[in-house]
Design a protein around this ligand. Sequence first.
Ligand code: NAD
Length: 509
Amino acid sequence: MEGRVAERALVLVGFMGAGKSTAARTVAAELGVGAMDSDRELEQRLGEPIASYFDREGEAAFREREEEVVLDLLESARGGVVSLGGGAVGSERVREALRPHTVVQLEVDPEDAWRRASGGERPLARDQVRFDQLHRDREPLYASIADAILPPGGRDAIRAALPALTALSGAPEGTRLVWAGADSGSYPVFFGAGLIASGFFFPGDGRRFVVTDANVARHHAVAADEWIELEPGEDRKTLAAAEDVLRGLARAGAERGDLVVAVGGGVVGDVAGFCAAVYQRGMRHVQVPTTLVAQVDSAYGGKTGVDLPEGKNYAGAYHQPSAVLCDPSALATLPPEELAAGYVEVVKTALIAGGPLWARVRQGGEVDLETVIGCARAKLAVVAEDERDGGRRQVLNLGHTVGHAIESATGYTRYRHGEAVGIGLLAALRLSGREPLRAEVAELLAARGLPLAFEGAAVDDVLALVERDKKRSGGRVPFVLVEAPGGVTPGHEITADDLRAAVEEVHAG
Ligand SMILES: NC(=O)c1ccc[n+]([C@@H]2O[C@H](COP(=O)([O-])OP(=O)(O)OC[C@H]3O[C@@H](n4cnc5c(N)ncnc54)[C@H](O)[C@@H]3O)[C@@H](O)[C@H]2O)c1
């Protein structure tokens, strides 16, 4: 293992125009090691520009020469930094040779890639339609071989991510990293089976104050300087619970440079994150999500808070984590009903993302690591666009307007958050007028034993709570509607009659 780590190179892959060569030089300078560039090496060996060789000999001959060069570079890389030409990973032998190394995918928006790559010498950047298609085809291939995925962000992103990339070699085999970008701060998300039990932790500095709940503490522990244990349950997501945590931190002498570590589901994550946001006006926190809801949704994006009797999440703050450590093996101890409730957030996120994630989720199989990572990336992409809920981020509330009202009208005890959101999702699909999709989603939820209708509260109670939400948002009903998977938009006005009809439909009496 030691030997292997020492031999590891950091290999940058990604589409044309992603900035791999520049990033490789930046990283190599930071690490004090050498940078190698497969395109430059290839041109040296060919004795001519890639474009002229490609045009004369054709793509197949070019790929053969490229493969040879890349295999040589990977063989001799030893702790250095290598950037690969965009198409090099099309070769199975190259993909095999990448295994012992840390492979980092640099993402790039297709428009930026075209702007940077076209008009020059690149043979595959002469026709924008073909270029965009190639981008769509290749991005999943890069992601499938990458140990780490960095969203578009240039040199600064890779420099900021470097400590986390370096730490990756100390994580259990197969751990993957997704870099999360947001205006107020970016952070690494580590995904790995066995991450918690391995003792892996990031960041390495600061004392750790773990906040957890009694159910989680029975099964999962993160090494800490101090533990604060909450009673489990949404009805404990309160200011009183936050006060307990804050006073616990104060008694234990926590300081701003220390870390609150939330080990648990969305309730622990929201309360602990909120406490980190306000304790001494803000300290760092790390999320270690142990429910499916938290692993696909609540651990990312920096929304923290507690409920008030008057409304859910009525007191809170935006406060991005310093890291998220997501260990899917923690789900093994989760009760099946909680797993089912988390599945609703999976369906919701897949509807928002559309594309390959929806294609995978609509098949209804088990939620595997790929799906968890897909959901996390989809959420992070939305948050990166609009961290503070000014527009795009509101799509994440799909199903939540009616869902929150159901949770609140039934006293936060009858339905799990995910269960209520599932019913809200069906109401939102009715309001969207998307009957076949509503039927398909209802089937997915029913297959997990999830409720398709609520009881224990009157329709009027739920409508009154939606009305209160409306007042909070300046008189507009900010409904999120679905045109199609991948076509989800916020800010729709809904008539009172349509809303009543949709809520009545999901009322079991
Ligand atoms: N901040 C956000 O962006 C965001 C997004 C979505 C949801 N949320 C919030 O998340 C909350 C719901 O989260 P949740 O569904 O994770 O609920 P939860 O935190 O209450 O956890 C559900 C139950 O599972 C138990 N549990 C957790 N992990 C376990 C494990 N590995 N093994 C055994 N038991 C375990 C908990 O003790 C609890 O009883 C809601 O309050 C919701 O508002 C926040």
